[in-house]
Design a binder for this molecule. Structure first.
Ligand code: ADP
Length: 400
């Protein structure tokens, strides 16, 4: 069985061809700059050279046609016929309250995804473009939608509701939804396997730290709380997003600077976070290079780690302890400095890092807690595509 996993963004389509039984990625790649000059496809088949193609790629349909032609090509392909693809799994960012699991895509499901556009105006329209293009190109192949929000639908109401008039929840669906669900699910499942314990007996804190960052409290295999909210703006400090903020600040700045809603939105999402505080970069590697010489870069690093530490403390409280803390995402997997400065002085919680293990550069999964640490500390590279392929296979197998 082969599953094509698609992650359609506004100007890009990322893809992986996965054999979910063997849990093997046969090829992966990305089409970038869709609809712009210099559009290109980068394709990497397993154990073979990466190739790059440029061309006029005006929309998502053309992008997915490019993907299909390279997947079928003699020199760089991994299939001989379209029908070798058993199913297509689509990443969909927002499923609102309608979806707490992955689903087979039907016309009703498409309507619901469209209904959620108001919650994710940048993402859901692009996800829908990918779905519609695939339906046109691979009309007889079943398609499954896997939602970023679905895993967090298990949050209890006291964790997801905001302290606003209840009517705004009822009328407009204003609540915490949470994101990065497939990543939190994947790494918490892997953590349970590494710890050799059933996941319904574990309390795990998962830190997904990338350009966008979120943390989740996962109790007995279910998401109990997470830091991203109604949108991916809330919570931790991020590359260019502010994270938590007094809502009155927004009103005050708009008033003082005579800013429009659009301008304010841009400031909060594109010019804040590590970028805004450091005045240098949103990229953690660039920040870490100058920690000793650039005061603002150091400040952004300190704010990032301090806020993460506070959330870890809060989630220990919410779950009455934690068995494991997991780090994933570009920063979580690679930045020993962030892990060190986040977890220092947390012995009260039974959290102690082994600095030698933390500093050792090696890829893959590893345990990095000290020998007296009551809480296991794990680095687990995430694999959202594999979760999408697994869910897609499970749903399609039920059909047969
Ligand atoms: P995305 O959210 O776009 O998927 P990633 O998970 O790839 O992002 O994470 C990107 C972040 O990871 C960037 O801030 C980058 O600087 C950081 N990062 C990647 N490698 C390292 C490293 N070796 N040390 C510190 N930060 C790193």
């Amino acid at each position: 069985m082969k599953v094509l996993v698609l992650n359609s963004g506004s100007s890009s389509v990322k893809y992986q061809m996965i054999d979910p039984k063997k849990e093997e990625c046969l090829a992966k790649g990305v089409v970038e700059r869709i609809g712009m000059a210099g559009a290109m496809l980068t394709h990497k088949p397993k154990d073979r050279e990466q190739v790059r193609l440029t061309g006029e790629i005006l929309d998502h349909k053309v992008a997915i046609e490019y993907v299909m032609s390279i997947l079928l090509s003699k020199n760089h392909g991994v299939i001989k016929d379209k029908n070798e693809i058993s199913a297509v799994g689509h990443r969909v960012v927002h499923g609102g309250e309608a979806f707490s699991n992955s689903v087979m895509i039907t016309s009703e499901v498409i309507k619901e995804i469209a209904n959620c556009i108001e919650y994710a105006p940048l993402h859901n329209p692009a996800n829908l473009k990918g779905i519609r293009a695939t339906q046109a190109i691979l009309p007889n192949i079943p398609e499954v939608a896997v939602f970023d929000t679905a895993f967090h639908q298990s949050m209890p109401m006291h964790a997801f509701i905001y302290g606003l008039p209840y009517v705004v929840y009822k009328r407009h669906g204003i609540r915490r939804y949470g994101f990065h669900g497939t990543s939190h699910l994947y790494v918490s499942d892997r953590a349970a396997k590494i710890l050799k314990k059933p996941k319904d007996k574990l309390k795990i804190i998962t830190c997904h730290l990338g350009n966008g960052s979120s943390i989740a409290a996962i109790k007995n295999g279910k998401s109990l709380d997470t830091s991203m909210g109604f949108t991916p703006l809330e919570g931790l400090l991020m590359g260019t997003r502010s994270g938590d903020l007094d809502p009155a600040v927004v009103l005050h700045i708009m008033n003082k600077e005579e800013m429009t809603m659009h301008e304010m939105n841009t400031m909060l999402n594109k010019h804040s976070g590590i970028q805004g505080l450091s005045g240098l970069s949103s990229d953690m590697r660039e920040i870490e290079e100058v920690l000793d010489s650039n005061v603002q870069a150091l400040l952004s690093h300190q704010v990032f780690c301090y806020r993460l530490k506070k959330y870890i403390g809060a989630y220990c409280a919410a779950m009455n302890g934690a068995d494991a803390i997991v780090f994933t995402g570009g920063i979580g997997e690679n930045s020993s400095v962030v892990r060190r400065d986040t977890l220092n002085e947390m012995q009260f919680f039974g959290i102690e890092l082994d600095s030698r293990k933390n500093n050792k550069r090696e890829n893959g999964e590893k345990e990095i807690q000290g020998k007296n640490s009551k809480v296991k500390i794990l680095i687990i590279p995430t694999n959202e595509e594999l979760v999408i392929a697994r869910d897609t296979m499970a749903i399609v197998n039920k059909l047969n």
